[in-house]
Each structure stands twice: as C-alpha cells, then as structure tokens.
Write a protein that binds this ligand. Structure first.
Ligand code: DLL
Length: 433
C-alpha cells in the first residue's frame, strides 16, 4: 500500500494544483518585486511589473535568473528578508569562484523538511524506521535536509554524516538501520565494502535508500539494490531552491515527482530560452512559490531533463522529471561531440564494471584526447595481457557506439580510483581553452 506524507496535496487534482499555483505566483512575484531590488531591476529592464503576472500562464514574461546573477548579487543581493528574520544559511559545493549562499527563514526550513518527509514516506518510511543520514552535514544541504525530513516522519534518525565507512557499517548493523540516505556513489562504496566484509544482502537490515545530489544511471541503481538488498530511490534538489526534496521518486521508480505546490518547473531550450512542450528534453527552470528568505523566480538549473504529466500508478499527481542526464555545465564537448558522464557509466555498468571510473580530457596539438580510467572488479582482475586487451576493446567499441567518438580505455586495478564520500569526481578536464 502506498503511503503519503501529505496526501491531500500530493494526490490533488491538476485543477487543484493549478489553483494553488495561480494563487501563490502573483503574490510571490509582488513579494520579490517589493523586497529584492536586484530582481525588480531585471523585471523593469524587461518591462514587466507584478500587475502583468496574473496566473502561471504569465510566468514566461518574467526574466530568468542564472548562476551569474547569484554571483553578482553575492552574498545578500537576492535576499527578501532582513538577516534578523533568517535562521540558517547553506552553500553549494562549488569549488571554483564564489559559492552560492542561500538564506532560510524558519518557515523555509519547515517547508523544505516537509518536502524531504514526502520523499522518505514515498520510499516506504514510517515512524517505525531507523533512518541513517550519511549525506554530509554542514553547509551542504544533504545532511540537514534529510535529517529534517526524517524527524518530521518520526523515524529514529542516525545523523551519521558522511565518511568513516567502518563506523557507518557498524551503525547500519548494530542499530538495524532500515533507510540509508547518501549519494549514490557513496552507497555503491558502502555496498562494495560490506560485500568485502562478508555481508550478504539478506544480512543487511536496510530496506530502502534515498540517493541523490549527483547523476546516476539505472544500471548503477540496479547494482546498489543488489549489493545492499534494498529498493533505491532517487531524490533531487539544489541549494538555490532549498536543497534535497524539490523532487523525489515514488514506488514506481520512474521519474521524480516535483513538489508543485512549492515549485513551478519549466523546461526551456538552453540556447534560446524558449519554453518547450512537455516531454521535450531541455534545461530545467524553477520558480519558488513560497520561499521567504531567498525566493528565486525562473532560476535556470543547468540540469538537462524532461517532464511528464503521465498518470503515475502511485497515486501522486505532481509532474515528474526524468533523471537529469547531467548538468549542461558538466557536459563535456570532446572533439565537438556532447558527452555526458552518465552515458559512459551506462556502458561500463552494462559490461559488468562498477561505477568506479574517471574521465580525463586534455588537448594535445589542438586535438582533444579522451581517456577513461576504469577499475576492474576483483572478479575480473587479471594480469593476462591478452584478456585485458580484449576487455578494453569491448569497452571501447561499446563507448564508440554510445558516444559516436572514440575514447581510450585504461583498465586499472581494483581500488585504485579514489572513492568519494559525497559527490563523486568523475571528470578531470585539463584543457585550457
Ligand atoms: O545536491 C542537493 C541534494 C542533496 C539533492 C542530497 C539530493 C540529495 P547542490 O549541492 O546545490 O544541492 O547541487 C545541486 O546537484 O543542480 C544537479 O545538477 C545535481 N543533482 C542533485 N540531485 C540530483 C539527482 C544538492 N538526483 C545539483 N540526479 C543539481 C542528478 C542531481 N543530479
């Protein structure tokens, strides 16, 4: 039986969802206009005033916000409330330049925690569960978000944070954790470590995992489910819009329901900004409907995906987004061809490898070099040169047909590629362009 945290809104009719959005949007636009000078100026430059936004049909009239706007307005320029009304900040994991800092009022935190609670309940969570939160706690939103959701559901929460794999495993086993929340790459590593320690899936008390914060393939899901003996659910979100729980998977595991009573999603053509029809792939854009501290309107996520309103048998009615293929800024352009790390991952996992790989791109004599270091699994590890060569060829052929360009595969020994406790680092781009 499917359970819901807030069934009246999660399963509301489309008319009801639209009514909620139509009521909230004009108010939110007026609120931002009155309180965020930076966005008001953008609206003025486009000749739009709050009076022009009467319903969600007018959404397209509003200007976009981009990451560059967040940098330009850093740190306080997009806040809509004085600092005294805010109770928390979080910040993105960006490694270059200024980080994005988002501000939350207590209402913002409550709304966000409810979104995460919806995700936990959709993964089968109840107050009988022991929920181990192994996302990083701190500036990153993963730990705090799932922790808050877990409390709302009434799970016994283990705030493990990331890292210290032995201790993570000890808690899972000793405290009989039933739900694990972490990045998919860390879940895979925990699974690999538990297997090595001799645990079989049936020995592990976990029943569900809530994994997100980075792109992961269906093949990786299958592997994690197998090694941990669980059902693995995807969860999506971003600091700018709140954190995890903007969208989450249900028992169908077929797209993530976007919490449409709080966020409006659009898909646009990233080149032209044109809004695309449902089902078309493009860049995801979010408008927050009730954020108080840091309310972003038409924020371009750079995540590439599709949306669908097809009926979902779980009973939820909110629109679903596909797994993001990757970020438009993670997309590599190699010899003129667009390459997403997730495509490479699919080929590797379909050929029996785990998701332990690193892509190295460089430019030599004006030509892109494209190497993929792939770890052999302990079962396939050998020093037989002929066997390695033929394995390498199978992968290179598979990659060529998936990507359309040739990559050089280097098969490396098990455990030689660094594991990540948070988001995995898949790409090293040495090109200086
Ligand atoms: O990663 C929030 C989060 C924490 C989501 C825990 C899920 C679980 P940021 O660090 O701001 O926030 O990074 C946001 O991560 O724009 C996507 O590119 C990527 N991302 C997040 N979830 C997924 C997912 C958190 N399920 C950026 N699949 C987003 C693919 C994801 N990419």
């Amino acid at each position: 039986m499917e359970n819901y945290f807030q069934p009246e809104i999660e399963c509301a009719s489309l008319e009801k969802i639209r009514a909620v959005q139509n009521e909230k949007l004009p108010k939110q636009v007026k609120y931002v206009w009155d309180n965020v000078e930076y966005y008001r100026k953008k609206m003025q430059a486009k000749g739009v005033t709050p009076d022009d936004i009467k319903s969600i049909d007018d959404l397209h009239k509003l200007p976009f916000l981009m990451k560059d706007d967040l940098k330009a307005a850093y740190p306080y320029g997009l806040m809509a409330r004085p600092l005294k009304d805010c109770v928390r900040i979080h910040s993105t994991s960006g490694t270059t330049g200024k980080r994005v800092v988002a501000f939350y009022t207590q209402n913002d935190i409550d709304m966000w925690n409810e979104c995460c609670a919806r995700a936990i309940v959709a993964a089968g969570g109840t107050n009988e569960d022991v929920c181990q939160v192994s996302y990083g706690y701190g500036l990153f939103t993963g730990g705090a978000g799932l922790d808050g959701g877990s409390h709302k559901v009434g799970c016994l929460t283990i705030p493990a944070s990331s890292g210290n794999t032995e201790r993570q495993i000890m808690f899972i086993m000793d405290l009989q954790a039933t739900i694990l929340c972490c990045t998919p790459s860390y879940a895979a590593y925990l699974g690999e470590s538990m297997k090595e320690m001799g645990y079989k899936p049936e020995d592990i008390p976990l029943k569900a995992g809530i994994f997100g914060a980075e792109a992961w393939s269906e093949e990786m899901r299958r592997d994690i489910e197998k090694v941990l003996g669980i059902k693995a659910y995807d969860i999506y979100g971003l600091t700018e819009i709140s954190g995890p729980g903007v969208a989450f998977e249900c028992s169908e595991q077929h797209g993530m329901h976007i919490n449409e009573d709080h966020f409006i999603a659009e898909i646009i053509n990233p080149e032209t900004g044109e809004v695309l029809p449902e089902g078309t792939q493009g860049e995801l854009v979010f408008t927050s409907l009730d954020k108080e501290g840091f309310p972003l309107l038409r924020y371009r996520t750079r995540d590439i995906c599709t949306l669908t309103r097809e009926k979902c048998s779980c009973g939820r009615t909110h629109i679903r987004m596909s797994k993001p293929k990757g970020r438009s800024d993670d997309m590599l352009i190699i010899r003129g061809v667009n390459v997403f790390p997730s495509q490479i991952e699919t080929v590797l996992l379909n050929n029996g490898y785990a998701a332990n790989y690193q892509i190295v791109v460089d430019r030599v004599n004006n030509t892109d070099t494209f190497d993929i270091n792939v770890e052999m699994t302990p079962d396939m590890f050998t020093d037989n040169v002929g066997e390695i060569q033929s394995r390498k060829k199978v992968l290179e052929d598979g990659l060529k047909s998936m990507l359309g360009i040739k990559a050089k595969v280097n098969l490396v020994a098990p455990k030689t590629i660094a594991r990540s406790e948070g988001k995995a680092v898949r790409v090293i781009d040495k090109r200086k362009i």
